[in-house]
Design a binder for this molecule. Structure first.
Ligand SMILES: Nc1nc2c(ncn2[C@@H]2O[C@H](COP(=O)(O)OP(=O)(O)OP(=O)(O)O)[C@@H](O)[C@H]2O)c(=O)[nH]1
Ligand SMILES: [Mg+2]
Length: 409
């Protein structure tokens, strides 16, 4: 029988987790309240733990019993049987259910049941420890949180081990201190790019955006162009090699017109050379490219030819945070030939976990340059700072949070 445990601050929250994960037919086998968290014994808090299963044998047994007229054990019953955990909020309370009608239980049977309960609880605790044997016991809650954010298990263990080592062991550590330390160590783990620097006078800085279809390359270019032009006062130009698709050119043309910046669509590498010559007096040239499936070798080779002529100062690989990690890794591998050293993660506002940013940056030799968190031009872009990613992982908040920071030192 496959057992799962769920922990939460209140019984209702724990029940919600069970229902979400295992469905309505989950059978609750055991509940208990335990002290958790705190650092080296200090500042702990009550946590409610539920052990449940969705094992079909058990659920069908329960259904059969219910069908035969037995009173069904509800989650509500369990709430009323267990002592209310410390710190429970009034809205979490559940009205007591009427007492079950059952024959008196023999005291020896009751004792045996209690013993079995204790044994199962003990076993569960041991198996929980053995699932992450390398995590310091006081940081297991943080481990669960990181895993919930899709941080790779070995990275989570590494991170928490470093945090554990750097904290004092004299029992003076508050939760805030632990969180601050987590943030600091995460910061150290995330390689980020320096803000965009302009070339010395004489030639514009050329930045190209590459990546799979639909990840947000054109929108990101529009956001960057707007910020650099309107907030930084740079002379910006746009070149697009996505010239076969009328809609794609129109999309960028609209932004170019609003921003009053030149846009040159190019169809061949030769036209790219000419376009760059015409933009020689500008500060910054942003090159938009057509989305390429990393599996389309021909189109990838074509894109490479354009970039070889353009000789961009920076190539940014644009990736959507909503993509699967395996797909992201495959994309990075295939786009390596484009010479990308910078990564942009888009669609933060649609992501369910942010651990993928850490997992990827920790294992590829590239730096995070920008993050985008919405469709709105020019606001939904920010510099890819390590502290921002650390905050996203540790305290995820969706929606528009940060406006563009100043991009030049
Ligand atoms: N939610 C969200 N949507 C975004 C973000 N960035 C871009 N989009 C949307 O994603 C869609 C595709 O954006 P584009 O900029 O056209 O993507 P692209 O990579 O240029 O696409 P192709 O040129 O077709 O490869 C559009 O609907 C954008 O508004 C973002 O940060 N968050
Ligand atoms: Mg595009």
């Amino acid at each position: 029988m496959k057992l799962k445990t769920y922990q939460a601050r209140s019984m209702s929250d724990a029940l919600a987790k069970v229902k979400k994960d295992l469905g309505r037919d989950a059978v609750i086998l055991h509940t208990r309240t335990l002290e958790r968290g705190g650092v080296f014994g200090l500042g702990s808090r009550s946590v409610v733990e539920i052990t449940a299963t969705a094992d079909r044998k058990v659920t069908s047994f329960r259904k059969a019993n219910t069908a035969q007229g037995h009173r069904r054990m509800t989650q509500r019953d369990l709430v009323t049987r267990e002592p209310e955990p410390r710190g429970i909020r009034s809205q979490d309370r559940v009205e007591p259910a009427p007492p079950p009608i059952s024959p008196p239980v023999d005291p020896s049977i009751r004792r045996e049941v209690e013993e079995i309960r204790a044994m199962v609880g003990d076993l569960l605790q041991r198996s929980e420890r053995s699932e992450h044997p390398d995590v310091p016991a006081d940081l297991i809650d943080h481990y669960s949180h990181l895993i919930g954010q899709d941080v790779a298990a070995e990275l989570a263990v590494d991170l928490l081990t470093r945090v554990h080592q750097s904290l004092p062991h004299d029992g003076t550590c508050s939760q805030e201190r632990v969180r601050a330390e987590l943030c600091r160590v995460l910061n150290e783990m995330l390689p980020t790019a320096a803000p965009l620097e302009l070339n010395a006078v004489g030639r514009p800085t050329v930045v190209a955006m590459v990546g799979p279809t639909g990840v947000g390359k054109t929108t990101t270019i529009a956001k960057l162009a707007a910020n650099m032009r309107l907030r930084e006062g740079m002379k910006v130009g746009l070149i697009t090699i996505d010239s076969y698709r009328i809609a794609a050119v129109e999309q960028l043309k609209t932004y170019a017109q609003i921003l009053k910046v030149p846009l040159i669509p190019v169809l061949t590498p030769e036209e790219m050379r000419n376009a760059l010559e015409r933009m020689i007096d500008l500060d910054l040239v942003l090159i938009d490219t057509a989305g390429r499936s990393q599996n389309d070798d021909l189109r990838m080779a074509e894109l490479r030819e354009f970039l070889q002529v353009a000789e961009p100062d920076q190539v940014h690989l644009v990736l959507s945070t909503t993509s699967r990690e395996a797909t992201i890794r495959e994309t990075i591998e295939k786009f390596k030939v484009m010479g990308a050293e910078h990564l942009i993660f888009t669609k933060l506002d649609e992501a369910v976990g942010f651990g993928v940013i850490l997992n990827v940056l920790k294992t590829v030799n590239m730096r995070l340059s920008y993050l985008t968190n919405g469709q709105s031009v020019p606001d939904d872009i920010e510099i890819g700072s390590a502290s921002r990613v650390a905050r996203l992982i540790l305290e995820p908040v969706h929606g528009k949070v940060v406006v563009m920071e100043k991009n030049r030192p």
